[in-house]
Design a protein around this ligand. Sequence first.
Ligand code: NAP
Length: 550
Amino acid sequence: MTSEQTLDGTELDVVIVGAGVSGLYALYHLRGLGYRVRVYEQGGDVGGTWYWNRYPGCRCDVESLEYSFSFDEKLEQEWQWPERYGTQPEILRYVNHVADRHNLRKDIVFNCPITSATFNEDANQWVLSTGGGQRITSRFCIMATGNLSTPRVPEYEGLDAFQGKWYHTGQWPHDGVDFTGLRVGVIGTGSSGVQSIPIIARQASHLHVFQRTPQFSLPARNGPMDSEKEAAHKVNYRALREAAFDTPFGIAGYPPPTRSALEVPHDERQASYEEKWAEGGSISFLYTYKDLLLNKEANDTAADFVRDKIRQTVKDPKVAEKLIPYDHPIGTKRLILDSGYFETYNRDNVTLVDIREAPIERFTPQGLRTADGNDYEMDAVVFATGFDAMTGALRNIELDNGAGLTIQDKWSNGPRCFMGLAMAGFPNLFMITGPQSPSVKTQMILGGEQHTEWIAEFLEYMRLNGFTRFNVEQQAEDAWVLHNNDIADSTLYPLANSWYVGANVPGKPRVFMPYVGGFDHYKKACDELAQNGYPGLQLSSQGQTLDAAD
Ligand code: NAP
């Protein structure tokens, strides 16, 4: 590692925490502008979510041609995605290729968790510590720590004494797990559970699925890449990338719906849902009508359609009924895409256990016991129990502003951020796809690129104008938080006990975390902020200015 120092004594201009897709692009882009940048990554290699989530069946729910970097036009033409939706190994291969192609690894320190970050007011620098006891100083700090990067295993009595093996989907062994002939249990039926269950069922001698809350899931209709579709997409790649910025979720090609579900006759509406069901994909389905996420009655028409599909797919009507969600409007929890999920319950070796009826009481050496006194013997258990989403990764770092404010204090009643990019009281600190930005409600790679480019433009503005410190004004942050909440409250999203509101983590404050006003509106707000000279951000000069770009 280089110990070269910048003019003002800081080791770096920008330190980035996390080498997932956002951290990698931030490194590429800022290094290209002449900043001294280094990335610290707790994992052994690049990829973030795609490095850790290696469970069977893991794949992206955004189509491959969309879920990729837009900054390298040559690469987007060259790269051949083999399937409609990228598998985890394929996406990781792609991310590794990007890292090699742009020589990014030379500026990344792996296996190096950042444990603390403190702003030194006098020196006008962030001081970070690593798990290995290193100290890093930098003028600016970018947290690219991810939204779904802190896996959660519920606390169960007796788990320590369980004699089988257990795994979390978000920390999967790198050499894989062979469940052939084993009695397996999967706890959790979110995206990770729903993707892995059909594959584990094909290997296991018996699979018990422990379901607390049934979820809506649609067929992905994955398959080999359609070469004509690929060719047409590649011819138009630039225009499609541009167009993606003008959509609510950062994905082009879906004409905005114009009609309410309630103004369409029943048969016509069913035919439209049928068409979307056959096409596969969640955006297409939720975009059938303009009010599916705004009006409960409209939403019910789509939810009932999917409920009927579950009834038609699952042969045992009692099992089907247990798999049907009634407690939240469709789409208000992340809508899942599956490949043969509901069909899996027609297998003789699969049993659904309703742990809302009889919760898991404890683990035993042989398996687990539910509150109705049933014992389930298992050789392996998979926790598909999700993440401390959106705030967990930052709260795990001892992050403080050097003047008595910690992130734990700041976020004690839920996250508070200015546009998901920065926070009042934490100077010179950025987040990429932080809470109260569209983040998980958009195509994440595009969201990361947009944030990075906004940050870069802001840094350039500071550099050119001789500013060395920014701070978010409290009232600007308060206004954004209010705006974020108002928008969420105008939708059906808050009706679900989802990880969007932190409901999956006992004791976590219930606050709607992502911005759901649409990526298009959000990007416009970011652009206007820049055009208007960054109102809401206090700029000052402390110490030396950064070098001009080479
Ligand atoms: P998740 O959506 O939070 O699902 C966790 C599951 O575990 C839920 O069924 C939850 O039940 C259950 N659970 C949690 N704590 C439990 C407890 N103490 N006892 C019993 N059950 C418990 O997590 P995930 O499936 O890992 O997915 C998280 C997000 O990652 C997704 O929503 C998606 O955004 C992303 N993801 C995307 C993909 C993809 O691109 N296809 C794949 C995987 C993940 P409750 O619902 O009752 O809380």
